[in-house]
Design a binder for this molecule. Structure first.
Ligand SMILES: [Zn+2]
Length: 352
């Protein structure tokens, strides 16, 4: 018998988007998750195999006009932001993804967790602990009524923007090399959204927002600063990664940064190349731990949302990363914090 993998609670995945995009409707989408599929990064089978015990599962409304990165001879690119989305169709899609999430729960594929204690119970029961996240708030209108309803349906985390602009905030483009200070931050409505999240007990995620937006969230929210899936800009200068100043603020505010496995955000050359090593991931981990401290570093895979290192491949390959961390000297309580404890602490603090 092989040893059980070390449990990981992860800060960001797009499995709901992948299931929603798959052909065959609701029943098929639920089945893909509960019974597993050959492709994709996350399903119940791969999660169990790799020790993925839970995570923040994003409702993400895709942009049909998002351009692919065109790289010059040096590998540099600066992709324009996708255009704004309409609220009505965005809300339809968000409800469809939330519906998939609720049906997976009904089928016993995971449990939707509304508190830190829910996460503990699900993990102790060996059931995937899913926390519903909204990546980009286009489904929410200016009166914030949809926020209240989505919260009642289980939503416990959101990022005001994806990499595009909306009524709440400005997103950071996909660009390399580029500084994340690319434009304005939160709008007045965005500040109201952040305050309402604090009141309801919803995490506010700074991933995908401009640097100005990051500082606006820091000023508006009382909670720890959370960046669910971003890396160190000093090592990989994509606009989506965090500058030293931002990392210092995360430390001061006792927040958290989740390591993104997207190869273009890990590699020195920023290339979209799956031949990316565990060492590239460890370089970012070392830097983040040095800058933010071991209490503020966690994992934020971007499973089902990005090209990840082939050596990991899917959630089933998580033990390769965990073994890499151990061989690198991150063991015992430090490993526990990085793999799940830090997320558990911050989530409990914000959502109860
Ligand atoms: Zn993302």
């Amino acid at each position: 018998m092989t040893e059980a993998p070390i449990p990981v609670f992860d800060g960001h995945n797009d499995v709901l988007w992948r299931l929603w995009s798959s052909a065959g409707g609701l029943d098929k989408a639920v089945k893909i998750f509960t019974e597993g599929a050959a492709d994709g990064h996350i399903d119940a089978i791969k999660a169990r195999k790799g020790g993925l015990a839970g995570g923040l599962c994003a409702i993400y409304v895709p942009s049909n006009d998002q351009k692919r990165a065109t790289r010059n001879a040096d590998g540099h690119y600066d992709t324009p932001l996708a255009g704004p989305l309409e609220r009505g169709p965005s809300l339809d899609i968000a409800l469809q993804m939330a519906h998939i999430a609720l049906e997976i729960e009904r089928a016993g594929g995971w449990r939707l967790c509304r508190s830190g204690a829910d996460i503990d119970t699900a993990m102790a029961d060996g059931v995937f602990a899913a926390v519903l996240h909204l990546e980009g708030c286009e489904p929410i209108g200016a009166d914030l009524s949809a926020l209240s309803v989505l919260h009642a349906a289980g939503l416990r985390s959101l990022g005001p923007v994806w990499s595009r602009n909306n009524i709440f905030a400005h997103g950071v483009p996909f660009a390399f090399p580029k500084c994340p200070d690319t434009g304005p931050g939160l709008t007045d409505l965005g500040k109201a959204l952040v305050r309402e999240c604090d009141r309801l007990g919803i995490l506010v995620d700074c991933a995908h927002i401009t640097e100005k937006g990051f500082w606006d969230i820091a000023e508006t929210s009382e909670n720890p600063l959370i960046v669910s899936h971003s890396n160190a800009h000093a090592l990989t200068p994509v606009a989506r990664n965090l500058t030293d100043r931002q990392l210092d603020a995360v430390r001061e505010r006792k927040g958290i940064v989740g390591l993104n496995y997207a190869v273009s955000m890990l590699r020195e050359d920023g290339a979209e190349n799956p031949d990316t090593s565990i060492d590239d991931m460890l370089r970012h981990i070392d830097y983040l731990v040095e800058r933010v401290g071991i209490d503020g570093v966690a994992l934020g895979s971007d499973f089902d949302g990005a090209m990840i290192p082939a050596v990991i491949g899917s959630a089933a390959g998580l033990p390769s990363l965990v073994r890499g961390l151990e061989t690198h000297g991150i063991t015992g309580p430090d490993l526990e914090k990085l793999c799940r404890g830090n997320w558990r602490r911050v989530i409990g603090q914000v959502i109860g």
